[in-house]
Design a binder for this molecule. Structure first.
Ligand SMILES: [Ca+2]
Ligand SMILES: [Ca+2]
Length: 375
């Protein structure tokens, strides 16, 4: 526990935060001081911060007498107070059931959301670039939701989702097909491919089903959470760097194979990733959070109502509930998008009820209530 200084009135408030952020992170330091103050340790100063296993620990020296408290989330003993975030450690992966999606726990942190004006392919809807804070750890699926995962939901619930907007490669145009759906999107997929032809409502229904099945809080990620996850600490246009010329080593994008197979009219990436339509999830390297296909393969639904820019966006990382809620933000680009699509800041609006063959999703999951007494 905390290192006691001789002669000092010391409350070593141990705030154990499931974060990978550096010990100097102002948000976590502030959290430590507030937690100490809330149990009667006012005007504290950070005495020491250190890493203990998967946790960051802050010792707070009080400006007054050390408290003695033992109630709920607050636990003090022998002049030491502890607050513990009861979460899987950042960077760990877990499943809530054998057939549930594999989830990765991400640490809290801050990042700049949106793109700088100089970024190639940038849209006006990616600004103004602004600081966003992910205030609590959360989990996000390591992969796009697969056909097998979605099929389990459909089998269990009888969920119906007929009709899909598809790319007709013979007519070289997009068209709506009554007969197309997630099971038959018009190109060959196996169980390990990402599910497509699913609306925002379908994606939400899947998350709700998973929540009911596991007792955990599954949902769609907010746009801020999605971009935080996609960037994984990077500030470049893509998690591998700036250029789209290397995309085929990292993502399934609209490439030369796609150009040849599906006859898309627009600019491809001038490289070959080997896939004309979707690829099995995890076919390309993950980003440094261990997340696969954040760029490319399929667009991913987020929880946020659509807004044409980030004016008025919450700084908390929460989903945006103002704006045009009939449309929701999709992120990351897909197998059919030109280079401007597969960027961490790239975004597009889609009608919440629409089903399309380049659009799928991945789930996020809130983590537990957080604070509890140490074992
Ligand atoms: Ca491709
Ligand atoms: Ca994707």
């Amino acid at each position: 526990m905390g290192r006691l200084l001789p002669g000092a009135l010391l409350c070593a408030a141990l705030v154990v935060a499931a974060g990978l952020a550096a010990a100097k992170d102002p948000d976590l330091s502030e959290q430590a001081l507030q937690a100490a103050a809330s149990v009667g340790c006012p005007a504290g100063i950070i005495e020491e911060s250190r890493r203990e296993g998967a946790f960051l620990v802050f010792d707070v020296r009080c400006g007054g007498e050390a408290p003695t408290v033992s109630a709920g989330a607050v636990f003090c003993r022998d002049g030491t107070c502890a607050f513990r975030v009861a979460e899987p450690a950042p960077g760990t992966a877990f499943r809530d059931c054998p057939h549930c999606p594999e989830m990765a726990t991400l640490p809290p942190g801050s990042f700049v959301m949106g793109s700088p004006e100089r970024e190639g392919g940038r849209g006006q809807d990616e600004g103004p670039a602004h600081k966003a804070r992910i205030v609590a750890p959360f989990a996000i699926a390591r992969h796009e939701t697969t056909r097998a995962e979605f099929a389990a939901f459909v089998r269990d619930t009888g969920h119906e989702s007929a009709g899909c907007g598809i790319w007709d490669h013979r007519a070289r145009k997009r068209t709506f097909a009554d007969t197309a759906d997630w099971f038959a999107p018009g190109f060959t997929q196996d169980d390990g491919h990402p599910v497509v032809c699913v609306s925002w409502e379908d994606a939400r229904a899947y998350a709700d089903w998973l929540s009911a099945k596991t007792g955990a809080a599954y949902r769609l990620p907010s746009e801020a959470e999605w971009e935080y996850a996609a960037r994984a600490g990077t500030v470049s246009a893509r998690f591998w760097g700036e250029g789209h010329d290397r995309a085929c080593a990292y993502a399934n994008v609209h490439d030369l194979t796609g150009k040849q197979q599906n006859k898309l009219r627009w600019e491809p990436h001038f490289c070959d990733d080997g896939f004309g339509w979707t690829s099995p999830v995890g076919s390309f390297p993950p980003n440094s959070f261990g997340l696969y296909d954040m760029l490319g393969n399929v667009w991913e639904w987020t929880e946020d109502c659509w807004n044409d820019d980030y004016k008025g966006a919450p700084a908390s990382g929460a989903a945006r509930t103002d704006g045009n809620c009939a449309y929701r933000a999709i992120r990351g680009g897909s197998w059919m998008d030109p280079p401007r699509g597969a960027r961490s800041a790239g975004r597009a609006a889609e009608r919440a009820g629409a089903r399309n063959d380049p659009v799928g999703f991945r789930v996020a999951r809130s983590l537990g209530a957080g604070l509890r007494a140490p074992e």
